[in-house]
Write a protein that binds this ligand. Sequence first.
Ligand code: 13P
Ligand code: SF4
Length: 341
Amino acid sequence: MSEVRNKSELNEEIKRLYSIGLQTKCAGRSLEDIAGLTARINKLKKEKNAVICAHVYQIPEIICGIGDIIGDSYRLAAESRNTNAETIIFCGVHFMAETAKILNPEKKVYIPSLKAGCSLSEGITAEDVIKLKAAHPGAPVATYINTSAGVKAESDVIVTSANAEKILRKLYEKHEKIIFVPDKFMGLNLAKSLGKTPGKDLILWNGSCIVHEHFDSKLIKTYRKNYPGIVALAHSECPSEVINAVDFMGGTGDMLKYIQNTNASAYLLITECGLGELARIKFPDKNFIAMCRLCPYMKSITLENVLATLENPMPEQEINVPADIADKARRALDKMFELGI
Ligand code: 13P
Ligand code: SF4
């Protein structure tokens, strides 16, 4: 049913992919190979009334070839609520798909890879949050979106890289102490921006992202020497030494906006490699140097496993959240939407 019918259909798809900026080869694979898969996926999406959410760390073939809702964690969560499709296929990691399910309980949500976890999400449990709350009674829990539904359910408000500082600032209007989990580096960066003392007014958890914790701040100096005028941007999950050495810190959405609104001779992107690949496609006239690392979880999603999920999903690929946990987690997510981006 979903087979690409003839050569001219395939050529049309190749042309479409080329015109949106995919090169004739992506990661050593020909555009013809890619087009065969994207054309089948795009047909199946229509037949099955499905929509594809794609995080900006996904490979360009997924973002540009089959993505319908594309963005950072905030945008994907917010926009998943506006689709009329019955099914959401999530090209990102498990906590993102789970968030989409919590926000859209009536829809079917699938994750194409069972390996698409996240070190931050896996580094904390609901019980850990319950213990933190008992140790710091009255302190609200602001939880980074990179967490499980169970952790979200024990939280007062969810934040993303796009709104954490703004939401914490609002919480500090009414509270002296806040619990922020699970990313210790983001927590330390927030404490610095907000003028708060970690361990005293901002209680942190010892979680980290396996991609962002390993960047080397010393290399930034070398890049600056080799590329005069370069502007360095780092994700807020990076350690403080990296953040102190760059010109801009933010989430992936903020980084793309910054690039759009500025005119540097070149940009050094310190984050997962997918953002640099996307930036090159979105801003073909700008120069990018990627000091990047791959996220093995994000990169476990492929065109092949997306196609297989659409054709014949395995029961384990469907995201389900018990109703009582989903209700509590949704309250914390709604609080985020209320406090704004
Ligand atoms: P963003 O919300 O900034 O896209 O971050 C998601 C993430 O997983 C970063 O590692
Ligand atoms: Fe999680 Fe880090 Fe991968 Fe983002 S880049 S999904 S925080 S492991």
